[in-house]
Design a protein around this ligand. Sequence first.
Ligand code: 4AD
Ligand code: MG
Length: 479
Amino acid sequence: MARVIMEKVYIKQILEEPKIDSDIVVRGWVRTKRQSKNVTFINISDGTTIHTIQAVVEADTVSEEILSKINTGACIEVYGKLIASQGNQKVEVKVEKINVLGEADPEKYPIQPKKHSFEFLREKAHLRPRTNTFGAIFRIRHALSFAIHNYFNDHGFFYLHTPIITGSDAEGAGEMFKVTTLDLKNPPKTENGEIDFKEDFFGKETNLTVSGQLEGELGALALSKIYTFGPTFRAENSNTSRHLAEFWMIEPEMAFYDLVDNMDLAEDFIKYLVKYALENCADDLWFLDARFSDEEKQKPMAERSEMGLIDKLKFVTENDFQRLTYTEAVEILKNAKKKFQFPVDWGTDLQSEHERFLVEKHFKKPVILTHYPKEIKAFYMKEAEDGKTVKAMDVLFPGIGEIIGGSQREDDYEKLKNRAAQVGIEEESIWWYLETRQFGSCPHAGFGLGFERLVLFVTGMGNIRDVIPFPRAPKSADF
Ligand code: 4AD
Ligand code: MG
């Protein structure tokens, strides 16, 4: 006989479909305990929802010894009846029995029921998911991941698993973490004194991938539409609120797409994701909306966001993104009254202050910049007709700056080979990539969405280290 699985009931379900007067068991972590003479109120969270449930213990139902173990952070199992409540919440639990599953010493438990700084909580990354804010963020992060797979599945894309360990540098920026099993104290050497990677595990130099794109293109040139969604690694020493050393990237790649198709897809995709969050994460977004407004009030008037969090999200779903070329953007920036820290000139890369000016001050909506000078973009981007620019696109978002980077790809074998050589990429590291341009090449395009930048935007948080459970950044890889 098949074993019947006894479904446990979690707080989200209890609150959404309350069965008044039923016997229930609630398990979770104590948020607060309030004791008066005849009654004790215990607030319990199990992380399935932003809401807590209140357990009401009348005098003499639970021993003093057990009550003394029920402190903030302890894990308990409560047996009782679900009853209608006179308080703010619709229901509460009238307690019959409590088991303490795991105590938490109130002198030592670091997460107290008060406002902690995010810096402090980053040092407690093993416990911060138990707070309201981080619970909300990680539930939204989950919902967005799910929505990403949904979107691509519904649109005929195949999920392609690209490797984490590679021998190539897709972005050509040289910001890679090495992967090796060689003895660092005593590595094998070649005759001319260099480290002999032939002796290494893979028989060559390898690193953690900075992007799944190159392999993604191989998939698109066979299955038409693919996407990757995996961890990527960058050893760039940028200690900013927008960069991580390990982040997740979503990279769709489509055969027969040109730059305009690529922009249309990026815009539709991101609007779908934001809308999905609005429709499926309402409780968590209301909570974060209030947090966001509190936070904005601390800022000087001129820096405050004109919109609340939820308004900002709706605004993105309801308005077309502004599309313009890099050259047009440079003109706007040169004519701007604002003094920038970094000067703008045709040919230089835009800094975050320029991107944010365009999005937040000039157009006041998301912007897609295209046709960047080829010198400041990756080798694989398709050269435009003018011979100076490439068919690149960056999607820029308020408060974030660049959220998506992508392009139409160079599909001409000679041009691609020459460009790779010009920027110093060795042919032997990408011979397989070049070969796809010799066997059945076709126009194709794709982009990369930085998942944490998306979560940053949707949650209204200010630092990218607060939207990934266990952030990796320079000098920080605990947990
Ligand atoms: O613009 P990037 O470097 O583009 C690529 O890697 C392409 N191969 C993508 C493609 O066309 N398939 O990175 C894409 C996005 C950026 O727009 C940004 O959102 C995010 O990845 N990103 C980072 N996110 C967090 N920390 C970092 N260090 C990031 N670097 C890039
Ligand atoms: Mg980029």
